[in-house]
Design a protein around this ligand. Structure first.
Ligand code: ASP
Ligand code: MG
Length: 420
């Protein structure tokens, strides 16, 4: 007998019919002799709809109340799934995050799971029940208030529970057949990756792949929880995310191509070429609590003995960064700040890069042949990223995908969901 944690995302429980379909799947896992704990997301786009509703009653809703509101989405689907399972003649009990013992920090909207005390879950499982846990939420250790753990956070709830319950595996059900070599919505020749290492998955998640939440992969790597990402719409095997050492298949040089259109580029024009100017600039940005991704410094096009510094930030933080920079304009003595949100980042990721020369050359040649202009470049040990014009992103992704021999013969299946 095994113990599994299964997580179903919003598109797998979008309506009553889907909930009944998931219920069947959960019950058959139980009937196959497993102990089953299910983590559930809110139905369809419920979380976005609740957010829209909140801003209609108040342009800046208090964080605490927003979390009270948003956690209701997962609570609804947990109860509905338990009902659908009961209707099939099996025993199920739903729990909120707090009841399930998910203890978090107190940062509303972005709390971190600190600990799980799964006493109630353990006893329900021991009594033979199927347990349903509302994902994406917990309770703050100090304030005792209800918290949410960041958009897409149910994945992390599932992995954290799998670790706390010592489960054999954590299955993450979604609307595609697993992790693909690129987003099938823009690269139809994308292929399912049968096995991928935690570190590659971390890079892909950090570079815009939406399939798994970044924190969920970090958690899984730390606790060594194998994740099976698969479709709730088919019975096919999906993608196993696990330790590099446990991967048995031969590894491609590049595992996948990720893209991200959620960043904007800020350029500070005419920075005096003196020691300490960059420090002042980035101190200003950091005190506005803005996270920086790529940075480049160039000789200024407009003024001599000056430089231009460009960097990327999440689009949502752009205006805050600009304001902070305006505040130090006199002190630093630069001439202008430019903002460009028509950019996208395209990244190739693979552990094979460590031992194979020529990956950069191949990537850049493919981009050149596709007539894509590179605005910025950055690398890690297992990743190369470039910033390009938004309109060029799909072309760049497809070109890289083809160049690294990742194209499949058929077209990838996208079962449901808006990718929102
Ligand atoms: N419902 C939450 C969201 O939409 C959490 C999740 O789906 O994982 O972000
Ligand atoms: Mg998700």
């Amino acid at each position: 007998m095994g113990r599994v944690v299964q997580k179903y995302g919003g598109s797998s429980v979008a309506d009553a019919e889907s909930i009944k379909r998931v219920a069947k799947r959960v019950v058959s896992t139980k009937q196959a002799g497993n102990e089953v704990v299910v983590v559930i997301s809110a139905m369809g786009d419920t979380t976005d709809e609740l957010l829209d509703l909140a801003t209609q009653v108040s342009p800046q809703p208090p964080d605490r109340e927003l979390d009270m509101l948003l956690t209701a989405g997962e609570r609804m689907s947990a109860a509905l799934l338990a009902m659908a399972i009961a209707d099939l003649g099996a025993h199920a009990r739903s729990f909120t995050g707090s009841q399930a013992g998910v203890i978090t920090t107190s940062a509303h909207g972005n709390a971190r799971i600190m600990n799980i005390t799964p006493g109630r879950i353990e006893s329900a499982v021991d009594e033979g029940d199927i347990v349903i846990v509302a994902g994406f939420q917990g309770v703050s250790q100090d304030t005792k208030d209800v918290t949410t753990i960041g958009r897409g956070g149910s994945d992390t709830t599932a992995v954290a529970l799998a670790a706390a319950l010592n489960a054999d595996a954590c299955e993450i059900y979604t609307d595609v057949d697993g992790v693909f070599t690129a987003d099938p919505r823009i690269a139809p020749a994308a292929r399912r990756i049968p096995e991928i290492s935690y570190e590659e998955m971390l890079e892909l998640a950090a570079c815009g792949s939406k399939i798994l939440h970044l924190r969920c992969v970090e958690y899984a790597r730390r606790e060594n929880v194998p994740i099976h990402v698969r479709s709730s719409f088919s019975a096919k095997d999906g993608t196993w995310v696990k330790d590099l050492e446990d991967i048995t298949m031969e590894h491609a040089i590049i595992s996948g191509v990720a893209h991200d259109t959620g960043e904007a580029k800020i350029t500070i024009v005419g920075v005096p070429d003196r020691i300490g100017e960059a420090a002042k600039i980035f101190n200003a940005v950091s005190s506005a609590d803005v996270n920086i991704d790529m940075i480049v410094q160039n000789i200024s096009e407009v003024e001599t003995s000056r430089t231009d510094i460009s960097f990327t930030v999440p689009k949502g933080d752009g205006q805050r960064a600009i304001q902070a920079l305006q505040g130090v304009k006199e002190e630093v003595g630069f001439s202008d700040v430019l903002y460009d949100d028509r950019i996208g980042k395209v990244s190739v990721v693979g552990v094979g890069m460590r031992s194979h020369p020529g990956v950069t050359a191949k990537f850049f040649t493919a981009l050149a042949e596709a007539e894509v202009n590179l605005e910025m470049i950055s690398t890690s040990e297992i990743r190369i990223s470039v910033v390009v014009d938004t309109d060029d992103v799909p072309r760049a992704v497809r070109a890289a995908h083809t160049a690294f021999g990742l194209d499949a013969d058929g077209e990838a299946v996208v079962y449901a969901g808006t990718g929102r």
